[in-house]
Design a protein around this ligand. Structure first.
Ligand code: PRP
Length: 218
């Protein structure tokens, strides 16, 4: 169809699952993404969008480098990666919460220097800086809950959505940090070059987000 397709980088996994119904309600055909199998990039003859499926941190890299015009990604990742692009819309999905969690014997006010496991070192550092506590941060790539269970760390800073992982691993929440949700972010240059097409999509999505949602979309 057109050479001016907007490249939209979607975060694979939970965000992808929740954002497809919103895009479809906004009139975007997502059938190729739904039937993707192992494909990662989806072009269309019938609409001015190309979809890229990537991990959240890479969505921010695609955006920063101009390899994507629009990114759909959690603000946990945007904050951690210090994104400098334009955040245009809170999609109201992917809602979760940053927490400080550990085993039942953890003492959050113990005077000794704690070891904290996390996928989010910057957010964790800022949190403990605010508390005036000097901590050692250990970067972990996944299954962060293992850290206090194995003695790798005293506690973790991580996101929780349903609370299931924390509960099933017998951890407790000691503090709540900032809430998280999925954002639509636009590359600064793309916004200048494709302003009308970007706002057309953003306006349609904003209208969908503003509608009361049926339970299955929550
Ligand atoms: C995230 C997070 C927790 C889990 C919490 O991990 O790091 O481990 O989800 O979700 P819940 O509160 O609904 O149980 P993710 O599933 O992204 O995988 P990872 O641990 O491999 O990063």
């Amino acid at each position: 169809m057109t050479e001016q397709r907007l490249k939209i980088a979607l975060t694979k996994g939970r965000v992808e699952k929740q954002v497809l119904p919103l895009l479809e309600q906004a009139g975007v055909d997502c059938s190729q993404v739904r039937n993707k199998q192992r494909r990662l990039i989806f072009d269309s003859e019938t609409q001015p969008y190309e979809f890229i499926l990537a991990k959240g941190p890479d969505v921010t890299t695609f955006l920063e480098r101009g390899a994507a015009d629009i990114g759909i990604v959690g603000n946990d990742i945007l904050t951690e990666h210090q994104s400098t692009q334009y955040e245009l819309l809170d999609l109201g999905i992917g809602k979760c919460q940053f927490v400080l969690a550990s085993t039942a014997d953890f003492d959050p006010v113990a005077p000794r220097r704690k070891i904290i496991g996390t996928k989010y070192p910057l957010i964790t550092q800022r949190y403990f800086d605010q508390l005036g506590q000097d901590v050692e941060i250990v970067k972990i790539e996944g299954s962060v809950e293992l850290a206090p269970l194995t003695g790798l760390a005293d506690a973790i800073v991580d996101i929780t959505e349903t609370g299931t992982t924390i509960r099933e691993n017998h951890l407790q929440i000691y503090d709540y940090l900032q809430p998280v949700s999925t954002r639509l972010v636009v590359n600064r240059l793309s916004l200048k070059q494709h302003q009308a097409a970007i706002f057309d999509l953003v306006d349609r999505l904003a209208a969908v987000v503003a509608e009361p949602k049926p339970k299955e979309l929550a």
